[in-house]
Structures are given as C-alpha cells and as structure tokens.
Design a protein. Structure first.
Length: 265
C-alpha cells in the first residue's frame, strides 16, 4: 500500500507543470492585449496549433496549422478578437480583445499544443475613466491618452513587440520553476528506487531464513526416523544348550543362535 501511494505521488509530480500567471487590468468598453509567447522560435506555420480558452471552457480563438480559426467560438467573442499572424513564426501568439465587457473578466489560458506549453492570464475589468468621461484602458503610467487611442498600426506593433519581450523574460522564471520541478522529480524517483531495493532485500532475506529453518527441521526429522528404525532392528545372541538335560540328536550341536527382538521403548 505504501509503495502504491508513493508511485501515485511520483506520477503526480511527473505530470505537474508550473504555469506562470500574468495579471492584466483593463476598463469596460476598452481593449487589451493578452500576452502569450513560446520560448521556441522559428516555428513552421503548418505546425502551429494554439488554443485560447476563457475560464477553462469557453472557446475564444484558435490557431490551426498557422491559420486563424473561429470554429466553435463562443458568440460573445464574435468580431471582438484580433491576433497578429505576422508574429506567429517568432512564437508570439498574443490576443487582442476589443469592446471589453464585465463578463470578460476571469482567467484566459493559451495552450501552445505543438510545443507543449501553456500560459494563464487573469483579466480584471476596471471602471476607470478619463477626465472627458470616456472610459479607456489603463497603462503602466495611468489611463490611455487620445493619442494612444488613435495610434497607427506601426506604433501598436512596437508595443506588441515590447509586450512579447516582457513575456519572454517572464518565461525565464517559468523555466526556472520547471527546472526545480524536474530536479524534484528525479530525486523522488531515486528515493523510490532505494526504497524498492530495501524492501526487496528484506523480503529475500526473510525467505532465505525461512528456507534454512525448514531445511534444519527436515534434517532433524530424518535423524529421529533413522534412530527409531535402528532401535527396531533385530539383534542376535548366542544361547548355550549344552547344560540342558535332554538327548541331543544326530547333529550334536551344543549351541545355536536365536533372534531376539528388543523391547520397544
């Protein structure tokens, strides 16, 4: 039972993956970029498969064989999702969500199937507004300005690259945690091997002792049987008939041998 429980624990450690969670804040009605990137680069378009999910079940957006796919997409995300196909080959699969609603808050998971990676982004919807009464998404230095709202695609692409670089730095921490997990798994596996060896030695030693004890018992039983058989064997004694007063016939034999049975003890 103990060994079975230990196997379950080791298996759980082997399949466990450390996931880095990023928190992003945005405002109602605004837009936000949810970061997702792979540590690997130079991806082949035909191999790229990425799946975005909201709270574990709602289909937000998929990338199948390097192409965008909205098959099975939840209706609430229709015409509100934007990706950056030119960044796919560099391992950037970030997603931009427009016209944010309160129901958009929660955890978004990016599954990078072809490289067995995944990232989790928690989206928080805020009610922050500008001085003009319009709602706009937050930036690191405050609310988003009108110039930032009207920025051209080149500026937005530059910000996306900056976001991608920041995500790569975060991935470094993720791989550090992954290395710790792998080291822990190896140590647990080594401990399991030692434990199995100790149990095996104990079982083999116990069986050897039982066999030796049984052999000694059989030898003692055989000795007792041999002694008993020896005690039942016939013994012979010489009897003198010369003093008996009776006529001895033609053979004139003075003595003979008689078989005697020893009394049973």
């Amino acid at each position: 039972m103990i060994i079975r429980f230990y196997f379950i624990c080791v298996f759980a450690v082997l399949i466990h993956k450390v996931s880095l969670q990023v928190t992003v804040e945005a405002v109602f009605g605004g837009s936000v970029v949810l970061p997702c990137s792979s540590a690997k680069h130079d991806h082949k378009p035909q191999d790229i498969e990425v799946f975005w999910r909201h709270n574990g079940s709602k289909i937000v957006f998929d990338i199948i064989k390097g192409k965008d796919s909205v098959k099975g997409q939840d209706p609430r995300y229709k015409n509100r999702v934007q990706t950056f196909p030119e960044e796919y080959v560099r391992g950037n699969f970030s997603l931009k969500l427009n016209n944010l609603q309160h129901t958009d808050s929660g955890k978004y998971t990016c599954f990078i199937s072809h490289s067995s990676e995944h990232e989790t982004v928690e989206l928080i919807i805020d009610e922050t507004t500008t001085e003009y009464g319009t709602k706009s998404p937050k930036t690191e230095n405050g609310t988003k300005s009108a110039d930032q709202e009207n920025q051209n695609p080149e500026t937005e692409s530059a910000q996306l690259s900056e976001c991608h670089n920041q995500t790569v730095v975060d991935n470094t921490n993720w791989y550090q945690w992954q290395a710790i997990g792998i080291t822990s798994t190896l140590l647990n596996g080594l401990l399991l091997i030692v434990l199995i060896g100790v149990v095996k030695v104990f079982v083999v030693g116990k069986r050897s002792a039982e066999r030796s004890q049984k052999l000694n018992s059989d030898l003692q039983r055989m000795q007792v049987i041999e002694q008993h058989q020896d005690s039942n064997q016939l013994q012979y004694a010489e009897v003198d008939f010369s003093k008996i007063r009776r006529n001895i016939r033609s053979s004139q034999i003075n003595s003979t041998y008689a078989a005697l049975n020893l009394p049973k003890s």
